[in-house]
Design a protein around this ligand. Structure first.
Ligand SMILES: *[C@@H]1O[C@H](CO)[C@@H](O)[C@H](O)[C@H]1NC(C)=O
Ligand SMILES: *[C@@H]1O[C@H](CO)[C@@H](O)[C@H](O)[C@H]1NC(C)=O
Ligand SMILES: *[C@@H]1O[C@H](CO)[C@@H](O)[C@H](O)[C@H]1NC(C)=O
Ligand SMILES: *[C@@H]1O[C@H](CO)[C@@H](O)[C@H](O)[C@H]1NC(C)=O
Ligand SMILES: *[C@@H]1O[C@H](CO)[C@@H](O)[C@H](O)[C@H]1NC(C)=O
Ligand SMILES: *[C@@H]1O[C@H](CO)[C@@H](O)[C@H](O)[C@H]1NC(C)=O
Ligand SMILES: *[C@@H]1O[C@H](CO)[C@@H](O)[C@H](O)[C@H]1NC(C)=O
Length: 522
């Protein structure tokens, strides 16, 4: 005879009672479902996301990695960075302008979005706005019949490249500037022209740049942003405060080593110098998904100057690792010259840059390794195994450890022949389900070779000791929000990387780095 101890007997009764109770309140469907659970092995589902999440357009933006800015206008012809607003429009005469050369340069560099300064602080419009005569209409170019925005749109289309626009809030030419109502109406009228007449616009850029002695006035940002979203459903709005993409807080192309795509928008405002640190790191507790964009010029200035030349390849790679390699987008400014073409030296440098990136990342030594992990969601063949980190999908297939495992998670690559020789490690999170990793470490044969905090869409570590040789590489996730979900890992060899020759921010930014889009006059 089986004898039950009293507490056990009591609890068994309770279980039976509660099952009866749940049967009583379950619908027939629910009963079927719970029977099915018992009788079949169900396919493991994806884990729940951790909010906030990127929107469709933000995800698409993030995958571009490198985009292009084109600073072009009257400043190109006056050899200046900030125009006065008193320029004679006749000086604008780029006789050889060929936007297909711009688009080809971008396409050859693997760039899928080009942003043009439709109007800079000088107020001169690169399209024939009907609300001002300070535009291409009054210029010598094409006898006043030109439209640079249209030429860019046409050329970009031929190369499958998307278009973005910058419309400077600060306008040193228009007499309405300084009068809140009149100027905001003027600005909105121009926004409507640009966003209604040129097809799809994927990014719009707002900044708070303004000279110290400029008239005081308020911009109606809420009205502007609402109008933008109404006219362009898939657009991303860039500004210091989003709502879709945030400024990284400097113009050197260096994001923070900790770089969250999440932040609190309520702590941000446009043109506020006291938030640059917060902009650079983001916020692990942030309520809003607002990833950072790093704007930096390929030259010292933002507009073309005869006296300047592009940064060298070492500088460009430093920028790439510190922006794209830190969960950000790299917005490279490449200014057309007075002929209306991107200088051949810049074209050449961008080609070298793309070819270097392809050389570094086209071979992934991890692909030839045996891969193991601390655990996997749904067990073997559950669909979330560590092998997902070496497939070609860097977003929607991923390694997921099992839930509930409180211990740290790890993934390991074991060479099955002569060993691994590499100096770069790439880690990517499945950000479609939220940014999670807070602390990670990388070991080669039990020796720690790199560690860091956030990962996000892409984290690149160039090894400080240079090339390492080893058999086993283990990535340990020390801390994360929920379980970490890793979509891709790469072990790469970068022939351009020499740790002793690493450049400082100053060496990359140059002696006269001008912060064009922030309250610091060049
Ligand atoms: C600028 O104008 C705003 C209102 O439009 C006002 O609140 C602010 O005090 C003014 N600042 C200066 C420096 O005049
Ligand atoms: C700048 O940001 C800080 C931090 O959010 C805020 O306290 C301050 O009021 C902001 N200043 C302006 C002028 O918006
Ligand atoms: C951002 O918001 C979250 C949630 O309200 C809060 O916990 C966190 O402290 C905020 N961050 C900052 C820097 O205020
Ligand atoms: C602009 O760049 C193009 C292409 O390299 C070149 O042919 C042209 O001479 C340049 N114009 C000036 C003014 O340097
Ligand atoms: C893979 O890791 C698990 C622990 O998660 C361990 O039990 C197993 O032995 C490892 N397999 C190999 C082939 O190393
Ligand atoms: C690139 O420029 C930096 C900064 O001027 C310099 O230190 C470095 O030696 C240059 N590298 C090459 C390969 O020219
Ligand atoms: C830096 O700026 C100063 C002052 O505007 C100028 O005289 C100098 O030529 C600039 N140097 C470079 C390398 O651009």
């Amino acid at each position: 005879m089986v004898s039950y101890s009293f507490p056990l007997f009591f609890s068994l009764c309770l279980i039976t009672l509660s099952q009866l109770f749940s049967l009583a309140i379950s619908s027939p469907d629910q009963i079927l479902l719970s029977k099915k659970k018992i009788s079949h092995n169900q396919i493991p589902t994806p884990p729940l996301p951790i909010l906030p999440l990127p929107t469709f357009s933000q995800l698409k933006w993030q995958q571009r990695e490198v985009i292009m800015f084109l600073h072009f206008g009257v400043n190109t012809f006056t050899d200046s960075e900030w125009g006065t607003g008193h320029e004679n429009p006749a000086i604008f005469n780029p006789i050889g302008l060929d936007a297909t050369q711009w688009a080809k340069t971008a396409a050859d560099a693997g760039i899928s979005l080009m942003i043009l300064t439709a109007k800079h602080h000088d107020g001169f419009c690169l399209w024939p706005s009907k609300y001002t005569d300070h535009s291409v209409v009054e210029s010598s170019w094409k006898n006043g019949h030109g439209d640079v925005v249209q030429e860019l749109v046409n050329a970009a289309k031929d190369y499958g490249i998307d278009v973005g626009l910058y419309l400077s809030p600060w306008d040193r030419h228009d007499s309405r500037y300084g009068y809140d109502l009149a100027y905001n109406e003027y600005y909105l009228a121009q926004l409507q022209e640009l966003l209604s007449n040129y097809g799809s616009v994927r990014e719009i850029w707002f900044d708070g740049a303004k000279g110290k002695n400029a008239p005081n006035m308020s911009y109606y940002f809420d009205d502007w942003m609402a109008m933008v979203k109404q006219l362009q459903s898939s657009i991303n709005i860039f500004s210091d405060a989003g709502p879709d993409v945030r400024w990284v807080g400097n113009e050197n192309g260096f994001a923070g080593t900790t770089s969250w795509s999440t932040i609190n928008r309520t702590s941000l405002s446009i043109g506020n110098a006291s938030i640059v640190e917060y902009l650079s790191t983001g916020d692990p507790y942030g309520r809003d998904w607002l990833p950072a964009e790093c704007d930096v010029s390929i030259r010292n200035g933002w507009f073309w100057h005869k006296s300047e030349s592009p940064k060298n390849l070492t500088q460009l790679l430093e920028i790439y690792y510190n922006s794209v390699g830190r969960n950000c987008l790299l917005l490279f400014n490449v200014p057309p010259n007075t002929t209306g073409l991107i200088s051949q030296v810049d074209v050449q440098r961008l080609k070298e840059f793309r070819s270097a990136i392809d050389t570094i990342f086209s071979i992934n030594l991890a692909e030839k390794c045996d891969i193991n992990s601390s655990s996997q969601r749904g067990g073997k063949n559950g669909g979330f195994g560590p092998e997902n980190v070496i497939d070609s999908d860097h977003l929607w297939t991923y390694w997921a450890p099992s839930d509930g495992k409180k211990n740290e998670h790890w993934i390991e690559f074991r060479s099955n022949d002569q060993g691994l020789r590499f100096n770069v490690i790439r880690i990517q999170e499945a950000i479609g389900l939220g940014q999670r990793i807070k602390q990670h470490e990388i070991y080669v044969d039990d020796e720690c070779v790199a560690k860091g905090t956030t990962v996000g869409y892409k984290r690149l570590h160039r090894l400080e000791k240079g090339v390492v040789h080893g058999q086993i590489v283990r990535i340990r996730i020390k801390e994360s929000r929920g379980v970490p979900l890793i979509s891709s890992i790469g072990l790469h060899f970068d022939p351009f990387w020499h740790p002793h020759a690493q450049l400082s921010i100053q060496e990359v930014a140059g002696p006269n780095n001008t912060q064009m889009h922030h309250p610091k006059e060049p």
